[in-house]
Design a protein around this ligand. Sequence first.
Ligand SMILES: *Cc1c(COP(=O)(O)O)cnc(C)c1O
Length: 378
Amino acid sequence: MINKYRDILSGYLGTKNIYFHKKGRVSLYAILKAMNVGKGDQVIIPAYTCVVVPNAVIYLEAIPVYVDINPETFNMDAGKLEAAITDKTKVIICQNTYGLSTEIDSIVETAKKRKIFTIEDCTHGFGGTYKGKPNGTFCDAAFFSTQWNKPFSTGIGGFALINNPELAELFIKVDKEKSKPGARQLIILKILFQVRKLLMNDTTYHIMVKFYRWLSKNNLIVGSSSGEEIRSVEKPKNYFTDFSNTQAKEGIKNLKYLNNLLKIRKENANIYSEFLEQNNKTFVEQKYFKDHSFLKYPILVSDRKVFLENAEKENIAIGDWFISSLHPVEVNLDKWNFDKSKFPVSTNISNKVVNLPSDSKNPDKILKFLKNNLYLIE
Ligand SMILES: *Cc1c(COP(=O)(O)O)cnc(C)c1O
């Protein structure tokens, strides 16, 4: 099953150097380990990401160093990269935030000159491109997530793609250390597939999200982030764990819908952009459409609390990625070596951003809601 899944993925990515893990973050950890990242090494990360990214760095006793973002792409501002590089810099991670790539050419060129590794965080970007080539194919390695809300799902799950042949040899050695998933985890996952199929629709969205996050926070299920990962920088037990046939099967099934889903995401994004432009609000410009896979459509609002409350009242599924620079952690960011005052763009955006659902079956309903709440949109 896993081989079949790998074959299908390699059809999208053009390579079979694909290695599976329990989650995308674990694939990142394995890549960093293969790059021999260790004590005192520095890893450059965009200052607008998920906390599990710096966690993987810290678990290896290395230091996350952040670079502020470009407000148009929500990705690392390549113009600010040089200033963050030191003799200790070993890796630069670039991200496809919401499905849009960063200025990869310029980042990879800078890194190569200094003999620094690059990793593409494609957790939002599967199915999208950069200058017409698939996301994930530009850096020494890339990692992808197939968690519930990512481009396509295996429940939880992730994989690494290794482009650098020398790195591939080292990676295969490191990857032998991963453990097999436990029976309990697999059973719970199977139950969740069923429950989700029955319950996830527009009307139950808010209840389900709250319920799922509560379970996850209390370590009752195999959620996206266990409580300890967002409270501390200690590596959780059973972290470096393999993927399973159960997940591969779900992946094969869901990949069948991907092309159609990508089409719908782009169509909806187009509808949102037109509306926002007509109303003189910030919008994603047409020049980005060719490569953007629009996992989410970000907008900025002046009062997020009111905006989200209004959405909940009308059963509109508005997303909240990333409401903090190290999503979803809002306090004690110094544990992750993050000083808000140094990253004003990321801090401002994470205070104001919400995401419109790009996979909505009823974009007119979203537009009507936006019209009624136009005064809150920036
Ligand atoms: C979701 C996400 C990850 C981690 O993916 P998992 O499969 O949940 O481990 C990493 N980086 C970013 C930007 C993400 O949004």
